[in-house]
Design a protein. Structure first.
Length: 94
């Protein structure tokens, strides 16, 4: 993906699963790029706010994105599981 959201995930399979879930909830698939940019920003900000230790097993970030592009609820809610890798990078295991 152009916005780099895929680089936050631990594997392509995990990203593809997340992407499929987002696409299923969209009312207008032409807005996917906009929504993915907003989700990336929310996830990156959430990761910055958490103090994740390398051996923590239960790092869950709940992402809530209000948007007119989701129907009928106008909101997308999901939990992403975060893993701190030995090199210090935090990756998403959705």
């Amino acid at each position: 993906m152009i916005n780099g959201l895929d680089t936050l995930f631990i594997s392509k399979e995990n990203y593809d699963l997340f992407l499929k879930t987002v696409e299923e909830k969209l009312s207008d698939e032409s807005k996917l790029a906009i929504v993915l940019d907003e989700l990336k920003e929310k996830i990156e900000n959430g990761i910055k706010d958490l103090d994740i230790k390398e051996n923590d097993k239960w790092n869950i970030l709940t992402v809530v994105l209000s948007s007119q592009y989701f129907s009928p609820q106008k909101v997308f809610i999901c939990d992403v599981h975060l893993i701190k890798q030995p090199d210090g990078h935090i990756k998403i295991k959705y």
